[in-house]
Design a protein around this ligand. Sequence first.
Ligand code: SAM
Length: 224
Amino acid sequence: MQVLQHRWLNDLQSTEWPGERPPWNPQYADGFEMPPDGEHILNGIVENGAVRGWMNPEVHENLVRVSKLGNICLELGSWLGWSARTMLDSNPALHVICADMYRPLDDPTDEERPYHPLNQLDLFMHRNWDYRYRITILQGHTLTAISEVVRCEIEPDLIYVDSGHHWHICGPEIASCCFLWPRTHIFGDDYPIAGVSKAVGVAVSTFSRPGRRTGRFWELPPKE
Ligand SMILES: C[S@@+](CC[C@H](N)C(=O)[O-])C[C@H]1O[C@@H](n2cnc3c(N)ncnc32)[C@H](O)[C@@H]1O
């Protein structure tokens, strides 16, 4: 497995991976299982009371494509690591900085996301253990993660925006990323959600980025 040695990655105030894989806890519901490598399950967050996947085909296909455009990706919103894994599998040279609260948000607008009552960070580490040399975990607010990446003078090649889908979360995320990193390829999920489409539209008009959309997937490539 190739490990990207980026001279600044070690400076990030990140959460250490433990010496041993956090054990599988039998109380984790089956619904928190990932699909096998290379597969994705279509549509539907909750089906028969269990998590059955959330990545639809165009998002999957586009993640596979754009993940090959760089070697460092900042992911805003990783949840259980499925999208990160999709990108890591697609590009063996990729390192992903996975920023997430890794705990339930005290946010009534966070829809029906079925957080597990057990430790979500342990679950993330358990599920993504084989990828640990290529994942840096930043636990906390996404805007804090962005400022931490700036502090360490890292210029991500790629940024996947998939945390909160309300304007007050993704608006500042996308605008800050466009402002800070004009050469970075920025992309995300859930374009039809009003907060996301507004945030993308504002970025297109404010930063003159060429916006593109394929179904739920959107991207803001750097200007030529
Ligand atoms: C849609 S899920 C991410 C799904 C993941 N990208 C995937 O496709 O596998 C959104 C995640 O963002 C996190 N999140 C939402 N708002 C956040 C914020 N402001 N700061 C940090 N994490 C946030 C949630 O806790 C949740 O884990």
